[in-house]
Design a protein. Structure first.
Length: 496
């Protein structure tokens, strides 16, 4: 890819650098830089004056040579490669990066001359055994609390003692020797940990617009107070924690100046539940900062609508998940259709008429009833006001390890049929975007599968990673494998 022009790239004198970390995000630059993860890890890993971390992203081009963004350094030239995986399908990209770099795939085949490989992120915290034959270490949990200890330890250790040193640090495990219930690291106090003020940001024409890559990323909280039964993040990153208002206000003042922006993207699993959110939004409005909120719960957001209106924001995102009150309660989301409709009425009265709605299909055994309830709710919302514009996102349910719905294996063929039914809606005020059920089925295999999949995943990656590659590797029997080896085997059941 063409190197983007950016501000706040960290540069260190070559004479000072004695250890090099490749920070690998196995997806494109646009995807990686539209979230906080890379900005945060890049900041934390560069805190030691003698250690430098450079970013590495994935390219879909078949002949690309993976190199760091900062200095075009090949992966093999780093002492340590740290992968962060946010989405199951990125696991194939991670393998592809190693293949394109001519790094031996299996950990047993790598000699001292190759970098040590560590993998982490929510996908790995939930299912740490999936690539156990490839990576030297898995990291489970959140990195801030142990980041300084980690950097000091790897700098002090000699190359021959690096593995032993990492193995002694909290949260790091050798994947082939995982304990029965490995304990993830959880950041105890968000106010006390290091947070990036000078965030990397592109310098381009798009800077003038509210692009997902621009602005200052402000994380107000971690975890979620609700614990919906399908939600992985709400389960593995407990408890719900908040940053203090005065800390956030200081971050805003210093961070927007250092990042050369007045636009703030609020980050959090349940941002609207932040205790001091009205005060925080008022602070930003009073100081003429622009901001955007992520998906919000309608039962938490009624008191915020006037502040959102005053910000000039004309669009809101909510996640009803389903159109059925009882099903919504059964999955741990205690919001009613009446509350949703009241939220829309109040929003429209305040001049907000564009909405994005997230729905999940496959949360029960009666998928036909699910699609019917979604259609009915959409129809009721549409009749509230003719000016309402709805962008609908429908995602097939993917069961996740560590969640209470991990044993619910949906029928993706039936989901596909019901999605076709929903897509027949014809309305100029409604747009529907669907995540393909065939890829959701693959996600379910990755989410619930184990180390026995490693060889097949390598084969998929070698063949390019397309859907045809998956079909070929699984002998045109993906659905059969999912149903027989994943759903009916019971091998993952009871995993906590």
């Amino acid at each position: 890819m063409r190197n983007p022009k950016e501000i706040n790239i960290i540069k260190k004198p070559a004479s000072a650098v004695q250890f090099r970390i490749g920070l690998v995000y196995p997806n494109t630059y646009q995807v990686g830089m539209s979230g906080l993860t890379i900005k945060l890890l890049y900041h934390l890993l560069n805190q030691h004056e003698n250690i430098v971390a450079e970013r590495i992203f994935y390219s879909p081009k078949s002949n690309f040579l993976p190199c760091s963004l900062e200095n075009q350094k090949p992966l093999r030239k780093f002492d340590l490669l740290m992968f962060t995986v946010q989405f199951e399908l990125d696991l194939i990209n991670a393998i592809n990066l190693l293949l394109h770099s001519k790094i031996p795939i299996y950990s047993k085949d790598r000699s001292i001359g190759f970098p040590l490989l560590i993998i982490g992120g929510p996908v790995i915290t939930a299912n740490p055994v999936l690539l156990s034959q490839i990576f030297d270490f898995v990291f489970l949990g959140e990195f801030e609390d142990i980041s300084s200890k980690f950097l000091d330890s790897i700098f002090q250790s000699k190359v021959s003692g690096l593995e032993e040193m990492i193995n002694s640090i909290e949260g790091f495990y050798k994947p082939l020797n995982l304990p029965t219930n490995p304990v993830p690291v959880i950041t105890k106090d968000l106010d006390l940990v290091n947070y990036p003020l000078s965030q990397i940001s592109p310098i381009e024409e798009e800077k003038k617009r509210k692009s997902a890559l621009n602005g200052y990323f402000l994380q107000v909280s971690r975890g979620c107070p609700h614990g919906c039964h399908f939600c992985l993040i709400g389960q593995i990153f407990r408890p719900h924690r908040e940053r203090s208002l005065h800390i956030l206000q200081e971050y805003i003042k210093a961070g927007t100046k250092a990042t050369q922006t007045d636009f703030i993207s609020l980050i959090g699993s349940s941002t609207a539940d932040y205790t001091k959110l009205p005060e925080l939004l008022s602070f930003m409005l009073d100081n003429q900062y622009k901001f955007t909120l992520p998906s919000i719960r309608v039962d938490s957001a009624f008191s915020l609508l006037n502040l959102i209106k005053d910000s000039g924001q004309k669009s809101l995102t909510i996640a009803p998940e389903t159109g059925n009150d009882e099903l919504r309660r059964n999955i741990g989301k205690r919001i009613s259709n009446q509350e949703i409709k009241s939220f829309f009425k109040e929003s429209v009265n305040l001049g907000i008429n564009q909405f994005k709605l997230y729905f999940i299909l496959g949360l029960s055994q009666d998928i036909n009833s699910e699609s019917t309830s979604i259609l009915e709710l959409l129809n009721e919302i549409s009749t509230i006001n003719q000016k309402i514009m709805l962008n609908i996102s429908i995602t097939p349910f993917v069961p996740k390890q560590k969640t209470r719905l991990r044993e619910l294996c949906p029928n993706y063929e039936e989901i596909n049929s019901q999605i076709s039914r929903i897509k027949k809606i014809r309305s100029k005020n409604l747009k529907i975007k669907v995540f393909p059920p065939r890829w959701a089925e693959i996600q379910a295999i990755l989410s619930l599968g184990g180390g026995e999949l490693t060889n097949k995943l390598i084969e998929v990656a070698r063949d390019g990673g397309s859907y045809q590659s998956w079909k070929k590797t699984f002998n045109n029997a993906l659905t059969s494998y999912y149903q027989n080896e994943i759903c009916n085997s019971g091998s993952y059941r009871g995993s906590e």
